[in-house]
Design a binder for this molecule. Structure first.
Ligand code: MF3
Ligand code: CO
Length: 258
């Protein structure tokens, strides 16, 4: 499939879906507290999405990397979990946990996708630094989302930010095009080793989800027994931030910011 280019009108629709994502994500993040289960957060997300007349994008969705449908609205990945953490009733958030929440919504046929990482209660200094670095990597990457730059420029911005802090970027995972579907081309690597020969140029009208994932230790991941949750191979802490961004003549426009 080719990379989709969206009109101003369509970008406006992606923005409306993205605004629902931002609002729901904000509410869920505010509810992260020690003692809560990740399933409690899932329930909040479903209710808040419904209130806004939208549909969770991940619930029942079959991503390109799986042959089964994802059974939840949120991905909640804690501590050494990197992405795609499956919400569970028995999974209780503890004081100091690094909690990454990833959420997508569909409204009027268009999707938005965003993620944030928060600490439950008081976190360690290292955890705080990891969050700061990952968020900074996202914003440095967004600055490269302008017509004429290449996908690899985004990857390099993420890589350089991680390096500055002495952290690593996760291999084989990354961002993607988003719009009529949650995952569209192009793939946007987080790790420079994943930059392919086909390193497409960014063009006006592209809409992409940029999603750096940083770890304190290894770049390598393993899949958990539940078939979804992805963890760092060495058990080191990981964080994840994501925004849906439109590439316009005037530069990057963050659609999932409140
Ligand atoms: N935001 C996630 C990503 O881009 C979407 C996960 S899809 C799911 O990888 F189905 F696994 F939830
Ligand atoms: Co995404």
């Amino acid at each position: 499939m080719a990379i989709e280019l969206y009109s101003t009108k369509e970008i406006e629709k992606i923005k409306r879906a993205s605004q629902v994502v931002a609002e729901v994500l904000h509410i869920v993040a505010e509810n992260v507290k020690p003692g809560m289960s990740t399933w409690d957060l899932e329930m909040i997300a479903r209710e808040e999405t419904k209130k806004r007349g939208a549909k969770p994008a991940f619930l029942g969705y079959k991503p390109p990397f799986s042959n089964v449908r994802y059974p939840a609205a949120l991905c909640i990945s804690i501590n050494d979990e990197v992405v795609h953490g499956l919400p569970k009733k028995e999974k209780i958030i503890k004081e100091g946990d690094v909690v990454s929440i990833d959420f997508g919504a569909i409204l009027d046929g268009y999707a938005g996708d965003s993620a944030i990482t928060v600490i439950a209660g008081k976190g360690s200094e290292e955890a705080e630094k990891l969050l700061k670095a990952t968020k900074e990597a996202l914003y440095n990457a967004i600055e490269k989302a302008i017509p004429g730059k290449k996908i690899g420029d985004i990857t390099h911005a993420i890589h350089e930010t991680a390096q500055k802090y002495g952290f690593r970027t996760i291999l084989r995972y990354g961002g993607h095009g988003v719009g009529r579907r949650v995952h569209e081309e192009p793939f946007i690597p987080n790790n420079i080793k994943d930059i392919g020969k086909k390193n497409p140029r960014l063009r006006q009208g592209m809409v992409i989800a940029i999603e750096p994932m940083l770890s304190l230790g290894t770049e390598e991941t393993v899949e958990d027994g539940d078939g979804w949750t992805v963890k760092t191979k060495d058990g080191s802490l990981a964080a994840h931030f994501e925004h849906t961004v439109a590439i316009t003549k005037k530069g990057p426009v963050i659609l999932t910011e409140l």
